[in-house]
Structure formats: C-alpha cells, structure tokens
Design a protein around this ligand. Sequence first.
Ligand code: GLU
Length: 449
Amino acid sequence: MNAYLASVLENVKSKHGNEPEFVQTVEEVLSSLEPVIEKHPEYEKVDLLTRMVEPERMFTFRVTWEDDNGNWHTNTGWRCQFNGAIGPYKGGLRFQSNVYPGIIKFLGFEQTFKNSLTGLPIGGGKGGSDFDPAGKSDAEILRFCQSFMQALYRYIGPDVDVPAGDMGVGAREIGYLYGEYRRLKGAFENGVLTGKGFSYGGSLIRPEATGYGAVYYLENVLRHEGETLVDKTIACAGFGNVTWGICKKAAELGAKVVTLSGPDGYVYDPEGVITEEKIAYLLEMRASGRNRVQDYADNFPNVEFFPGEKPWGVKVDICMPSAMQNDVHMEHAKKISQAGVKYYIEVANMPTTNDALKYLMDCGMIVAPSKAVNAGGVATSALEMAQNSERLVWTAEEVDRQLKQIMDTIYSMSVEAAEKYGLDYNLVAGANIAGFQRVADAMMAQGPF
Ligand code: GLU
C-alpha cells in the first residue's frame, strides 16, 4: 500500500477503531488499489479515497413495537446511504441482534463496489436493526416491520434508496414493510423495495438469484482451469436462501453440496443435497425459525452431524462460505488448505478474515471474492426495479438469461482489470479495481460533494 492509501487507512482506523468490520473491509479494498492510484494521480489530488470511505449519509431511528403479551420494546434502526454516484442507494436490511453501526457500514461499503460491478445503475446502501427475529411470532414481526417503515419511509423511494432483504429479512418481512410503505404513501410505488412477492411486483428468479449467480461465476472459474462442475463436491456454510440457491443450481449442473452449517454445528451429507426433497427441506428448516442444522441430519439417512464445528477442513473440491461475515479464520484457512481444496469461492459478505484470505491466496488456491460472487442477488434486484418501472413482468428464462450474462461479465471484467494493472489472475484485486473504477469515474465527473 502506498503512502496515500496508508494515510487514508490510518484515518479510518483512528476514526472507526470501535467498528472493526468496517476497518477490515476498507483495508481489504484499499490494499488492491495501489496500481490504480499510482496510474491516476488525479484521484489523490482531490483526495477521492477519503471521500469514498465516508458514507454520504447515515441515520439512526427508534423502532418501538409491542409483543404478543402487551410488553413494549424499543430497538434501533439504521440506514446507511453510502454512495449514490452511480444510482439510487441500493442494498438490503439486516435484522439480527448483533447489528450495530460497524456492521451496517461495512455492508454499505461492500455494497457500493458490488453494485458497481453489476454494471447496473445502483448506488450502495445498507440498513437494519438490532432486532432479533428468532422466536418472534408472525404478529410481532408484522408490528416490528410496520414500526420500522414508519420511521424509514420518508427517506427512501424508487429513485432515492431501494432497500431489500438480508439476514433476518426475507419475503415475509419485505411484504410487511411494503404494505406499510404503500399505506403511508398512498401510492403503488413498488419500486421502493426489492425481493417482493411475485404477486405485487417481485421478480421471478430473485429468490434463487444469489445462489444461482454464485454458481454461474464458479462455472467461469472452472472453465479457466479447463474443468466443469460435473462430479465436483462443494462445502457450503449456512442453510439459508443463498445456500439453497447454490444447492439447486449445483445439483442441476452435476455437482453436489455435501455440507451445510448452522449456529449449532455442521452436517456432512456424502450423497449431497441434490434431491428435490432435500433442497425443499432447507426452506422448511428456515421457515421453522429453529435455526438448527441438526434437523437436516435427523431427517435424512447417512448424514453425520458435528455439533459446535464448522465444515472447513472437509475434503471437497470447492469451498463456498455462504453463511456470514468472518466465518473463516486463519485456523480454518489452514484446514481448508490441508484438505487439498482447490477453489475457495466466497459467497457471504466478507466471510473471511483478511489474514485468512491472504493465506489462502498465498497457498496458490484459486480465490474469488464475495463482492463479485454474490452480486447476482442485487443484480436481479436491479432487474426487479427495471420491471417495476416499465410495469412489465419478465419470464423466469429472461431473468435467468440476464443474470447469467451479468455474472459472466463481472467475471471477465475482474480478470481484465487485474491484467490491466499487471496483477495476473487475481480475482480479488480485479473485482476491487473494476468496482472502484466505475464509482471513481462517476464521482470525478460529478465534482466534489
Ligand atoms: N442483501 C443482499 C446483498 O448483500 C441483496 C441486496 C439487494 O438486493 O438490494 O447484496
């Protein structure tokens, strides 16, 4: 990292020392940008990077709701409108008890580069609440979502800021949030949220999009090595919507996901999560709200459950950490390398600590970064926005075709960006550079603000 980038990072560290996830993602991105900054002194001249690491706007709001026993609770809501240079702010809402400004900021920063990579007109944003949806009744979720939207609705809109789902926010929550928005605005502005149900403006393939997109990206990586998905084994983490999409598409293309994980441990299914019944069961597990992966082992024969452990170190061809941030630490990275894994394809937002990611790359493993791999989700959200504004509905085939094309383009743009700056086949740096470039161009064109 050159002196300019190091000084930007130092400032972020001193200002955000109590937000380690944000510092981590800034460090990860900046460490790829040295050749770009050296070639473009105009960026340093206007101190573009300091501007880029500062959210355009971030606000906090009170969310008060009543539980089923008549007790009142107060949570905090946040929305970070990180960067709107290339389009309306766009990014999910996360409802999880560990949410705090550092999580929202790291996700908003990642989102800015990810959205840029899609090539579509969407800026970066993220929001959420420290509300814990686990164990809440449907009526409690409804009241929470209504209260959340009452605070947020003035600050979002189809051309302003378009939230979506993330952890703890799925189709049900988006439905409740949208219902409240429509009531408050008195208008059918369904382009204000994505991930909607199909009946009121959701896009076909959006539920599958993140997982499908990840597998389309993976196909590109395999092709580069002269390989295909046929007979490949994949270790996934989590068992949510993203992992479900990976299982489905991988099975269709002849590969098999053999591990899933949860807060209680991981399961190993040597036959793979490949049958329709098994894939559908993942949705049941999620809908149950139990948040237990052991249920999968209890429900299917020949599946082993490893309580309290993670699937990193299982012998597979491909690892796809698809659960949450910082799931893979140095100790896991070492196990992954010892297991002879050839491909490490990040899926969850920032699933790897920076030292572990560097270790895996230094081992010679082929590493792909989440901001490229999981961009199919938000890309399909942008396709949902396009359908809403055109008042049209595209077929599943049409959306899937565009999704695949977008993923192929993200892959090739990343490869080309790395090559352009003499970094060989470095998909991590390539994604950072390609994502940065478009936002930088737009910011330079729009003048200092
Ligand atoms: N939360 C998802 C992400 O991390 C989706 C965001 C969206 O569709 O706006 O990209």
